[in-house]
Every structure is written in C-alpha cells, then in structure tokens.
Design a binder for this molecule. Sequence first.
Ligand code: H2U
Ligand code: ZN
Length: 347
Amino acid sequence: MVFDDYPHRRLNQLTGEWVLVSPHRTRRPWQGQQESPDLESRPAHDPGCYLCPGNRRAGGEVNPDYDGTFVFTNDFAALLPDAPPADPAAGDDLLVAEPEPGTCRVVCYSPRHDLSMARLGVDRAAGVVDRWCEEYRELGAREGIGHVQIFENRGAVMGCSNPHPHGQIWATASVPMLPGREDARQRAHLADRGECLLCRYLRRELADRERLVFENGHFAVLVPFWATWPFETMILPKAHMASILDMDAAARRALADAMVRLNVRYDNLFQTSFPFSMGIHQQPTDGADHPHWHFHLHYYPPLLRSKSVKKFMVGFEMLAMPARDLTPEAAAARLRELSEVHYLEGA
Ligand code: H2U
Ligand code: ZN
C-alpha cells in the first residue's frame, strides 16, 4: 500500500470509526526484556474455585458434578429481569435514563480448572459452541430480550477474576451501543451496495491474503484492516450467516477448530496464557428481519511486545482517536508464522 511507510488513518467499516496507523514508528529502538515462557500449572480441580464441579458459589448454590459445559445465572448479575414499576426520570430531556431489564449468565467451558480454549480440544470446544447456540436461542426467544451478548474476558490483566475456563452471556432489552453501530453500518451497506458488507470484505481479504492468519472450510481468521489492538483478530464465517443458529453441525465444529487454533497461536506468541476479551456479534433478537447481519467473533488482546508489555489506550488515544504502530499486516504475518502446537505440549 502507498501508505506503508507514512502515518495514515484507516476506516473501521463496521463502526465508522477511524484508527491512526504510524508504521514508521516501529523502527525506533526497543530495549525490551526477553521473558521466559510461562510454565505455571494449575490443578485440574481447585477446592477454592467457585466454578469447579461440586464447589459452593457465593450465592450458596453448589455446582453439579458436571462433565461438559455448565451454565448458571450470575450470582452478582449486572442485569435483573424486572424493570421498576415507575420511571422517575420520565419526561426529563436532560438527565435521560431508561430501565434496562435483562439477565447475566456464566458459561463454564469444562470441569477442568487447568484448561483454556487453547487446550480444550476440538470436541470439547464444539460442545461450548453448541451450548452458546442453545443459550442464544433460549434467551433470544424471551419476551423483551432484544440482544444476547456472548463474550469471554480472560486473564488477570483484563480484570478476569478466575482462570477456570469460562465466558459470560449478558442478555438485554435494548441493543447495546457497539452491536448497534455495527447493525446500522451493515444495514446501510446492504442498502447502498446491494451486498452484505462482511461478505464483500471477506472476499477481498481472501484474495489479498495479507491479513489472513489461517482458514478452514467454513471460517477465515484475520487481522482486520482497521484493527485497533496490536494482535486483534476476527473470525468470520465464509457463508453469509446472521447468527450462530445458522450453522449446521459441520460449521459448528469448524468454528471450534478455528477458535482452538487461534488460541494456540495466541498462547505461543508470547509463551503465556494469552489474555483478551472476545465476543460474538450477531443479529439482535428483537424479532425483526436482519438480512444485513453477518455474524463474527472479535478478539481484543491487550499485549503488545511480550507477556508483560501491554498496549495502553491513553493520551491521544483516550482523548482523540485510537492509534497503532505495528501494522495489521505485520501483526498478521507474526500470527501466521506461529506453530499450531501449544508451547506447553510435551513441555
Ligand atoms: P469474570 O469472567 O470476570 O472472572 O467473572 C466471573 C463471574 O462469576 C463474575 O461475573 C460471577 C461473577 O459475578 N460469580 C458468580 O456468579 N458466583 C460466584 O460464586 C462468584 C463469581
Ligand atoms: Zn475451577
């Protein structure tokens, strides 16, 4: 690209936001420390973990002796099913507030305290995908639930309180801000161009291959052209699918395969259990038709240079716009060259 060596900004087609890219800065000297691989191992069962089978949670309930996945309503849920009877802020056009009824669930991926998606194996990971589909279907069908956000927050640097492999689901009445923006952008793109934004984008990425990390029969894993976080990726279904419920059994398994392989590469990058927030963006559950929606997964990892050097969204980024030095193309090349054998295998 003509901008390869010059500061430029790139448009995030999904959000309409811009990111500043400064490729020339990656040439400045870096006296980074060489860090040793993370070899810390955890027990398969931790008596003090509130997600392990048979243990008591804060709410007083005892977890069943589960084998595959286990889902429960969050004991400290950020959302509650009932709206207050009267709206005290009604009519105030300055201090605007609305009730947000909903529910929060925790999804344990495995009874094994010591595993993560990277080391779960494709069969078990496919079980997680099946469970996500069930939850999305069940919560989305509920009266008054307009959106279901499936996500995982992993690693202490991300503020995750427990290493036991798990994710969360927050179901809300309204469509939250970020999926809402993607909804509007995808809708406008289909209306203007007569084609799905992400179908078109994916075709371009599969032709260019510069930002592609790997692919399987049903999914592509890539660093988006407009990525903000250093090693940000997206997983995109090659076929147009509005939600995870559009996947057949083969596609579900292929998604599990893509997630496991990406997580292995991530762990291998800095030889640590790689922290990130990931989430699935898909069509709202408001009952309306959403032909413009192409479901996808976002991975937002904070690490920049090593297992202890993370990117901070501060200064210009907090006050003006996000910025990056490492180009998405360079990040994709790094991820592409990594092994798909986990660094702890056989260690
Ligand atoms: P993290 O993914 O941020 O670690 O969150 C795990 C969730 O588990 C967190 O939202 C919930 C917390 O509220 N939790 C319970 O529901 N029951 C417990 O006994 C402890 C934690
Ligand atoms: Zn545990």
